[in-house]
Design a binder for this molecule. Structure first.
Ligand code: PLP
Length: 431
């Protein structure tokens, strides 16, 4: 094993030696050989404000000068309070509290625990609610509960026997692949709502805690915004059966799709929201779980508290970095930039690639775009050139970003997969 592979627990077949990054600034990464690479994917939709912003560095250093760590269960810090307050205020009163966690997977697990405990604390308690419903092909992270609520078969099948969580699955909202010939968007939404309703009744509504979805699907579906009316219809079904709606905005949230919260676009507010990636722009890992008054109120009455605590929850340095990242997004008017540059990117992609015989669909919102490849435009037969395209992108000086959608073997293998779509998600500062 070469020295450069010691940071991996597996034998990496990629030429990693040539992909060692030694510096980064703005939208550019610098390889060891001096080559500059445009970060066209922001890592995996992480680097919202770009690399090497001195303002974030200063904020972190001054936080470290003040306090680097204290136990989040016994003490609080001003920066954690400020970040939580910023997040809550940014929802204009829709969310009541925010809990600050580390990674997207942790935040998803925390949201699931919160949903479960909500039904134990609510009056009268509903202890039979211990199941979740999620969508086919979804990705919600790689820890045990997040993996089990997700549906990325290539990454989860081998762990199935140790998953404790009971998950029901419904179709994703993917009009390019699933809208039937002659079907209107309204009819499509009604069909998906009926499917969710059927799933609740099949599982027994009294057994379901929550339905978890991405309002704009990220890697698994390839930057697919929900069709108009879809989120509202899903919320109505959850409300009908008293279950919570969780929006996983780890990838699409915090400005990536042009509004700070992706749900603002459709105006449908979830009961619990999870954010990550763009929150801290990758300077220090941080994620958050936001919850509405409906959820929080049951914990506020009586002696109940959310039975959850992690050593690095509300980490001061991470909070300081994220707070500064969010201040920069506001001060530099970057949401406006996401919308303007996103429209421009859409225009360019559709103009340059729309007529290509192997480009089936170009979809996304804000600075969050996917290009799906097909063998044949008419039949939409799957096609797997994404790895090759991504490798070419790297050779030409852009970061690689490719994935495989559920319609194509459903991530059947994690090794040797070629992918059927590529991702473009540059930092918000791109010009
Ligand atoms: N949820 C979604 C929608 C994601 O895209 C991801 C990561 O890609 C996660 C959760 C997990 O986040 P993390 O990799 O930070 O644990």
């Amino acid at each position: 094993m070469s020295v450069t592979q010691t940071a991996y627990l597996y034998k990496h077949t990629s030429p990693f030696e040539s992909r060692t990054i030694v510096a980064a600034s703005g939208i550019w990464l610098t390889l060891r050989n001096g080559q500059k690479i445009l970060d066209a994917t922001s890592g995996a939709a992480v680097s919202s404000i770009g690399h090497g912003d001195a303002r974030v560095k200063e904020a972190v250093v001054s936080q470290l000068d003040e306090i680097a760590y204290c136990h989040p269960g016994f003490y609080q810090t001003i920066c954690a309070q400020d970040l939580a307050t910023f997040l809550v205020n940014s929802t204009h009163g829709k969310m009541a509290r925010a809990l600050l966690t580390g990674s997207g997977s942790e935040a998803v697990e925390t949201a699931m625990k919160l949903a479960r405990q909500y039904f134990l604390e609510v009056s009268p308690p509903q202890p039979t609610r211990c199941r979740f419903i999620s969508r086919q092909g979804s990705w919600h992270g790689c820890t045990i509960a997040a993996l089990s609520v997700g549906d990325f078969k290539g990454r989860k099948t081998m762990y199935d026997p140790i998953f404790p969580i009971n998950v029901g699955r419904v179709s994703a909202c993917s009009p390019y692949r699933e809208l039937r010939k002659g079907e209107t968007t309204e009819e499509y939404v009604a069909r998906l709502a009926q499917e969710l309703d059927n799933k609740f009744r099949e599982l027994g509504p009294e057994t379901v805690c929550a339905f978890i979805i991405e309002p704009v699907s990220g890697s698994a579906l390839g930057c697919t915004p929900a069709v108009p009316g879809y989120l509202e219809a899903m919320k109505a079904v959850c409300d009908r059966y008293g279950a919570l709606l969780i929006f996983d905005e780890v990838m699409c949230g915090m400005g990536r799709t042009g509004t700070l919260h992706a749900w603002e676009y459709d105006g449908v507010v979830p009961d619990i929201e999870v954010v990550g990636k763009s929150l801290g722009s990758g300077y220090i890992p941080i994620s958050a779980v936001l919850a509405t008054e409906r959820v929080i109120s049951v914990f506020n009455s009586g002696t109940k508290y959310f039975a959850h605590g992690q050593t690095y929850q509300s980490h001061p340095a991470a909070c300081a970095a994220a707070l500064e990242v969010q201040r920069i997004i506001q001060e530099d008017n970057l949401l406006e930039r996401v919308r303007t540059m996103g429209s421009y990117l859409e225009h360019l992609l559709k103009r340059q690639l729309g007529d290509h015989p192997h480009v089936g669909d170009i979809r996304g919102r804000g600075l969050f775009w996917a290009i799906e490849f097909v063998a044949d435009k008419a039949t939409k037969a799957p096609f797997e050139p994404a790895l090759k395209v991504a490798t070419k992108m790297h050779e030409k000086g852009m970061t690689r970003g490719y994935d495989i959608s559920l319609f194509h073997a459903n991530g059947s293998a994690d090794n040797g997969w070629a992918g059927d779509h590529i991702l473009l998600a540059p930092p918000y500062i791109v010009q």
